[in-house]
Ligand binder design. Structure first.
Ligand code: HEC
Length: 121
């Protein structure tokens, strides 16, 4: 009975509530390269570097983070992250570099996934 209640509770939570926040995603995965700027990764908090990426916009940079770009592996090399979590990680870093992006909507995340899939393998 208790198990059933737990299972029901899991289903009734709003979508994404069990997923990590941007800060948690950053600490778990992105920090490894973006804290120190490994392989020329845009460094966390480096506003001059993030300014250009912020201007490109989330529609460009989230699909790159999902798909991977040069030495940046797809999803930061952590396939356990959901697309929403990767997007939150991007937003967390972009906002630390001067951006003002809000929590993404499910429709945005879906669009970014389509853009990532359309990229050359
Ligand atoms: C193994 C190292 C590594 C990890 C881990 C990593 N990145 Fe990166 N990331 C890079 C490198 C290197 C670049 C620069 C790529 C380039 O432009 O050549 C980059 C670039 C980016 C960019 C800019 C993409 C663009 O359009 O130029 C975003 C956004 C990004 N990373 C997000 C993330 C997020 C979110 C995570 C965590 C989920 C993450 N990265 C984890 C190495 C990493």
């Amino acid at each position: 009975m208790r198990l059933l209640i737990l299972a029901l509770a899991a289903f009734t939570l709003p979508a994404g509530a069990d997923e990590m926040s941007g800060a948690e995603v950053y600490a778990s995965t992105c920090h490894e390269c973006h804290a120190g700027g490994k392989d020329n990764a845009p460094k966390f908090g480096d506003a001059s570097r993030w300014k250009k990426l912020i201007r490109e916009g989330l529609d460009d940079i989230v699909p790159e983070a999902l798909h991977g770009v040069r030495k940046m592996p797809a999803k930061g090399g952590n396939p356990n992250l959901s697309d929403l979590e990767v997007a939150r990680g991007v937003i967390y870093m972009a906002n630390a570099g001067g951006g003002k992006f809000a929590e993404p909507t499910p429709a945005q995340v879906e669009k970014w996934r389509k853009k990532a899939n359309a990229k050359r393998r």
